[in-house]
Design a protein around this ligand. Structure first.
Ligand code: SF4
Length: 348
């Protein structure tokens, strides 16, 4: 894995992005931002899943003004997502947003971007320049490959902000196409010092979207690129947070709660290992400590195959063996598998 690209850190509320800080997991609410109670409830739920930054859509004045009340009910830093109308960005800043996300393709004239930059600077609020392959500014050269057009669009906006002495910048260049996204981020990573928010846009439903995101985000992270991640899924945002941490854990970039190792099962398994592994996964959601737990389908191969697990279970006919760091600790009845394993996990 390549050494992490060190970017110029920015501060979004209490959270640092870039400059070698841990890679931040963020998501976006899916409630109507104008509905303050349901938005707060969703953000509270995300806090329980250790989400670190949250973004809300700001489609109109009422949504921009709702930020004030939402902020009072949550403890996560909040980013306002603005499209089209720069006045909403000004209102969101007024209402206490900790960060802004603007799509340069649809804000329009430089004068409007300038007005937002001025107001953000007064409050030390960073702006993410969020370029999307699907909504590139009209001025970009259509003959260039999409990845280059995305980079060009971002660079133009960066230059504009820099010309205003504004450098609290974060950048994203998202496409649905994974190779295009990777290429765009690789290019821009060499050209600018700012932190990068990485993700694959409109990645889809969890089954496909998690894979698409993991391939794109994972490839970039492996190359040392990326300071904060957002997994976009057609699902509850907590699924995005869970997937985000799983990507970071797979690359050993962050520790977050337990890691579950489970064998794929095969003809040697004598119990329903799929059912047991799913039940263990569900139980582990409630556990906070970094512990490696293994669920294996047979007593002969299981403990050896998962010997680096802290706690594991290997199932046989009617019984199961509990093991710790590859060493058997005791034999239990198969029906007690879940409760006995979880008791050991709690104790560990
Ligand atoms: S642990 Fe046993 S049941 Fe599971 S895949 Fe390996 S050999 Fe098959």
């Amino acid at each position: 894995m390549k050494r992490r690209r060190i970017s110029k850190p920015i501060q979004i509320g209490k959270v640092t992005i870039g400059g070698g800080a841990p890679i931040v997991v963020q998501t976006m609410t899916k409630t109507d931002t104008r509905n303050v109670m349901s938005t707060i409830a969703q953000i509270k739920e995300l806090e329980d899943y250790d989400c670190e930054l949250v973004r809300v859509a700001v489609p109109d004045t009422e949504a921009a003004q709702a930020i004030r009340a939402i902020k009072r009910g949550i403890s996560l830093p909040l980013i306002a997502d603005i499209h089209f109308d720069y006045r909403l960005a000004l209102m969101a800043l007024e209402a206490g947003a900790d960060g802004l996300r603007l799509n340069p393709g649809n804000i329009g004239e430089p004068e409007k971007v300038k007005a937002v930059a001025r107001a953000a600077k007064e409050r030390d609020v960073p702006i993410r320049i969020g370029v999307n392959a699907g909504s590139l500014p009209k001025a970009t050269n259509p003959r260039l490959p999409i990845a280059e057009q995305m980079v060009e669009a971002a660079l133009k906006q960066i230059q504009l902000l820099e010309s205003l002495n504004f450098d609290l910048i974060k950048v994203s260049l998202k496409a649905f196409d994974v190779p295009t996204t990777i290429k765009a981020y690789q290019d821009i990573a060499r050209k600018i010092p700012y932190p990068l928010h990485i993700g694959i846009t409109e990645a889809g439903t969890p089954r496909r979207g998690v894979i698409r995101s993991a391939v794109g985000i994972g490839t970039l992270l492996y190359q040392g690129i990326g300071d904060t991640i957002r997994v976009s899924l057609t699902a509850h945002p907590k699924e995005e947070v869970i997937a985000g941490y799983e990507i970071l854990k797979s690359l050993n970039l962050r520790q977050h709660g337990p890691v579950l190792v489970s064998c794929p099962s095969c003809g040697r398994a004598e119990v329903d290992i799929v059912k047991l592994a799913e039940a263990v996964e569900e139980e582990l959601i409630k556990i906070n400590k970094p512990i490696k737990v293994a669920v294996m389908g047979c007593v002969v191969n299981g403990p050896g195959e998962a010997k680096d697990a802290d706690i594991g279970i290997a199932c046989g006919k009617g019984k199961a063996v509990l093991f710790k760091k590859g060493k058997k600790i005791r034999t239990i009845k198969e029906k007690d598998s879940l409760s006995a394993l979880m008791a050991e996990v709690e104790k560990f």
